[in-house]
Design a protein around this ligand. Sequence first.
Ligand code: AMP
Length: 214
Amino acid sequence: MKNIIFIAPPAAGKGTQSDMLKQEYGYNHISTGDILREAITSGSELGKNVKNIIDNGQLVTDEIMINLIQEKLEDIKGNPFILDGFPRTLNQAIALDKMLRKLKDKDYIAIYLELDESIALQRVLGRLTCKCGKSYNIYDKNLQPNVEGICDYCGEKLEKRKDDNEISFKTRFDTFLTATKPIVDYYKDMDKLHVVNVNQSVSEIFDDISKVID
Ligand code: AMP
């Protein structure tokens, strides 16, 4: 099974798709955004260092992120993985290739989830998340919870991410274009890139991704 690297603008649905791929194929899902948010909630040193950066929609330093991913890749001991949120800069992509050269079963594909800025903004403004990791969207009838404001899976109250506001979104989207988008060409040149249009339903996106994997 090929490892997967997702490259995507904010709210393209990489978390939702990673979750579905994990269920269907048994991947290890490594979400750097989730790891950092958990660090903030737990009040760890890492969490204190990154809180303002994340709330403002900026990027955490390459050094912190590369060390964090190195640890996570060691933890999963060569089992298939999805990287959701890493790499986000060319430096991170190059560092990742260096790390993977030392591992077995290191082959991967990069999947670029393509989405227009205006649709990404609408998705960010409608997104609600749960502590258990599930994500919803009040503007998409297929992604609304059964009971308003409550998670279908664990019954907890849904929350809005602090960085899901118009100002942080603008920073995150601009950062995506300047810092992250160059990675698309990097993987294209290596013949590892697959582009999936995410302006369709969650299950249609999943089908497109499954075709790429199979
Ligand atoms: P996400 O949940 O993927 O949207 O990530 C939320 C936030 O975590 C981002 O806006 C960044 O502030 C930070 N973050 C996550 N992954 C990375 C990364 N690879 N490099 C730098 N910052 C990151």
